[in-house]
Design a protein. Structure first.
Length: 554
């Protein structure tokens, strides 16, 4: 099978798995579809991914593999990795125990994604109505899977079920169904989608009594939970890493930050004692926002400042500015403090940095700049919009996102922003250290919950003791880690690998090393799984050292 065909097969299977994501990306052919959540449907799709992975592995060991160019070798390795991980992830049956108000759950995906779809022409509006017509079957399949899971002890967490019920009640109380009823689909939303959402809410309420309590929120408490978490770790980091190793890494990184807090804290707050710094960052009202408008204004200012400085640090910059918008109201309660949505490949929607502006007086001002640099520029907006326009890459590589590559780059961008001189003051640098603590803490808490059986209270307390995260954020973050096992590991694992590759390139190339070239090498390849990126960087450096000049740019 040719490399281009393999890439197209991977993309088609990924779009079949997540047709809503395909529509958000602006990919044609999936606008009328919803995922098939049935056991048979997931197994058929897992088999499809498995066959794609086998074909990629066969090509990588075939005699002609030695003649492949670097881009094609990357593609074959990416397809083998991504398809294998996707097959294993589908076979977890995660829909059975995933109930939450976040987009990782069946109803949450509808509520968050449908209002964001571009419906600029009649063909899309017609497809949208066809998609809404499938809503009842989709939600009934989800309910069937929850019942199946309950029958085998694979139950969701009660607290998160309550959050999903509350989300659905809020949507049902809105005449537009929180934006689902629009563009000529108002009647269908009211007559078809609303009753299906209500029936699904009732199904969730019946799960409440049997659902897991706050003392048993991790995968380790489910049948087959240890193996399921191992799959989640590989899916979100790219590596097979032992939970104990990741747990200890998080503790070590947390302890390393003490000296930086002391140095920056003395300059910014007049104290270098970590506990005192944490207390100031959490309780000082001057470090809170007065309004949602103020939050958005500061975010826009940070993004525009980064865009202006970027050409000195990147050979290629994002093709369009990054939009900045508040998180949609239906998603506020379950949303992280911020997130990024890539642009649609057809130009129907800009890449957008979404900021959770709910309860602004409880939101931390000091982390605003680090978050903007992570989510927007030079973080995810640069990474994902540059990948979309990268020449010579198959479409699959321009739109599919590896978690650790994406989140690792976002966290790398926070520290790069300090090198670029983008932080406006030492209080904002404390914000950078805070987000470092936060991501190191994720290694500890995610593994604590899902591998070592921590209670929710223990996870909350660990973050309270070891990070300066605001109390409001700590609670929602722990619930996020419970709902999506393993995703929280991707940030630090990814950044550490990117920093290792940068240091390796700098050591091997010496005076010929150009940081802008390194950034281009990473970004123009798209978000490759970390093992694939590492192998590619090694090959490029080998070729550079073999060249007469030793310069990789020649």
């Amino acid at each position: 099978m040719r490399v281009a065909v393999l890439a197209d097969e991977l993309l088609a299977a990924a779009c079949q798995q997540s047709p809503l994501d395909a529509s958000l990306q602006g990919l044609a052919g999936f606008d009328a579809l919803l995922p098939d959540l049935s056991v048979d449907g997931e197994e058929r799709l897992a088999g499809r991914f498995e066959r794609i992975a086998e074909a990629a592995r066969a090509l990588s060991t075939a005699p002609e593999a030695e003649r492949l160019g670097e881009v094609d070798r990357q593609t074959v390795e990416l397809v083998a990795h991504a398809a294998s991980v996707s097959a294993a992830s589908l076979r977890l049956g995660a829909v059975e125990w995933t109930v939450t108000n976040r987009f990782v759950a069946p109803a949450g995906e509808l509520v968050v994604s449908l209002p964001q779809l571009a419906l600029g022409d009649e063909a899309r509006r017609q497809a949208y109505r066809m998609r809404l017509a499938q809503g009842p079957d989709y939600l009934e399949r989800a309910a069937e899977r929850h019942r199946r899971g309950a029958g085998s002890g694979r139950l969701p967490v009660r607290r998160l079920v309550y959050s999903a019920v509350a989300q659905l009640e809020g949507v049902l109380a809105d005449p537009s169904l929180a934006g689902i009823g629009r563009a000529g689909a108002e009647e269908m939303a009211a007559g078809v989608v609303a009753p299906a959402l209500a029936a699904y809410r009732d199904e969730l309420e019946r799960l409440l009594e049997a659902a897991r309590d706050d003392d048993h929120p991790g995968l380790v408490h489910l049948p087959g939970g240890e193996e399921a978490y191992a799959t989640c770790v590989r899916r979100h980091t790219g590596f097979e890493r032992a939970p104990a190793e990741l747990h200890e890494l998080g503790i070590e990184l947390t302890e390393r930050l003490v000296e930086e807090y002391a140095e920056v804290g003395r300059r910014a707050l007049g104290t270098g004692e970590r506990g005192a710094v944490f207390e100031r960052l959490r309780s000082d009202r001057a470090l809170r926002y007065a309004s949602a408008e103020e939050m958005l204004a500061e975010a826009v200012a940070a993004v525009r400042r980064a865009e202006a400085a970027a050409p000195e640090w990147f050979l290629t910059v994002a093709p369009t500015p990054c939009a900045v918008e508040p998180v949609p109201s239906a998603d506020e309660a379950g949303s992280s403090p911020a997130y990024y949505l890539p642009p649609a490949v057809d130009g129907s929607r800009l890449g957008t940095y979404f900021l959770n502006t709910s309860r602004p007086t409880e939101r931390s001002r000091h982390t605003a700049e680090a978050t903007a640099f992570h989510e927007a520029v030079p973080g995810h907006h640069f990474q994902l919009s540059i990948a979309q326009r990268a020449e010579g890459l198959p479409l699959a590589r321009r739109v599919l996102h590896d978690t650790a590559a994406a989140e690792g780059w976002g966290l790398y961008a926070e520290r790069l922003a300090d090198e670029m001189g983008l932080y406006s003051d030492d209080v904002s640098r404390l914000g950078m250290l805070s987000t470092d603590s936060w991501r190191a803490g994720r290694l500890v808490v995610d593994t604590g919950l899902h591998a070592f059986g921590w209670s929710r209270a223990k996870a909350v307390q660990w973050l309270r003791d070891n990070t300066p995260i605001a109390e409001t954020t700590i609670e929602s973050e722990v619930d996020r880690y419970i709902a999506g096992p393993g995703q929280a590991l991707s940030y630090m694992v990814g950044r550490i690998e990117l920093q290792r590759l940068r240091s390796t390139a700098q050591a091997r190339l010496g005076k010929d090393f150009d940081l802008r070239w390194f950034h281009d090498l990473v970004l123009q390849a798209g978000p490759l799984p970390l093992p694939v990126l590492a192998a590619s960087v090694s090959r490029v450096l080998d070729a550079a050292e073999a060249a007469p000049t030793g310069d990789p740019r020649t």
